[in-house]
Unconditional design. Structure first.
Length: 279
């Protein structure tokens, strides 16, 4: 659980840095790929990516030791980290309700920490690996063409797409049994992880720059928690400690609900932030 929380801290801090860079990169033409390329010229975005990389290593370690549902809830709690970091670094004011939501997230994670058992002992089927690859490709297509859509539902679609992409990464880590190059290259889960993660970043960058950030982030939290948690329990054998299934379910719901209450911190406000510089 410590690794999962470490990942949440890295991802939550990275969000503050990437949000500032994404807004700055938003001036200019081109599609979603052009937006991402402009964002990559911002040092804050690159620093955020470095933190994302470190967080991903923590995430892998967590997924190898505790159930997916616990890791997913911990990653959703990165919004609480983002809120606290934004309050500290960007002088963003958190309301009493939002501080309460941070406390709720912490309480939910504490329940999960007490109730979660070891990771499931089932190896994912070949069909499940190809299913993850298919979902990753769909998310990629959404990332390439979804930015052209308009309408009130656009932010929710982009957020859900990003969440599904990150969810594919969570499940795919568990579906990779060997790091031997020959087996990695023949495992569909390897490609699902790479495609799903890249597409999720593309969608997240677009969601940070356009539309309702609160709606997009709420969609992302839902997409990256509920689906992967269900896959872990149903297909990979994730379980709780004896007699504590109710506490795990309650802790999961509380942690996710607290994260949703902090959805506006999917993009930290930039009004008080210094102007981003190009690298």
């Amino acid at each position: 659980m410590v690794c999962a929380l470490g990942a949440a801290v890295c991802f939550g801090t990275a969000t503050v840095l990437q949000a500032v860079a994404a807004r700055t990169a938003g001036t200019g033409g081109g599609g979603e790929a052009a937006l991402l390329l402009r964002a990559l010229r911002q040092w804050r975005y690159l620093a955020g990516l470095a933190l994302d990389g470190l967080g991903f290593l923590f995430q892998i370690a967590a997924l190898r030791s505790i159930p997916i549902y616990a890791v997913a809830a911990a990653l959703a709690s990165s919004l609480a980290v983002t809120g606290v970091v934004a309050a500290r670094l960007l002088q963003v004011r958190l309301s009493g309700t939002e501080w309460g939501a941070v406390a709720v997230v912490c309480a939910g994670l504490a329940m999960l920490g007490l109730a979660s058992g070891a990771e499931g002992d089932r190896h994912g089927s070949t069909a499940l690996k190809y299913a993850m690859l298919a979902i990753a490709v769909v998310v990629l297509l959404l990332g390439l063409f979804g930015g052209r859509w308009s309408g009130r539902g656009r932010a929710l679609v982009l957020g859900l797409g990003a969440g599904f992409g990150f969810g594919v990464v969570e499940v795919s880590v568990r579906l990779i049994d060997s790091l031997a190059p020959s087996e990695l290259l023949t495992n569909p889960a390897t490609y699902a992880l790479v495609i799903g993660g890249g597409a999720a970043f593309l969608l997240l960058t677009s969601a940070l720059q356009r539309g309702s950030v609160t709606t997009a982030t709420a969609g992302m939290v839902i997409g990256e928690t509920i689906g992967p948690a269900a896959v872990g329990v149903v297909w990979l054998g994730d379980r709780t400690r004896d007699g504590l299934a109710w506490l795990a379910v309650l802790g999961f719901l509380i942690a996710v609900a607290g994260a949703l209450a902090l959805a506006r911190f999917g993009e930290a406000p930039t009004t008080d932030a210094p102007t981003a510089e190009t690298a």
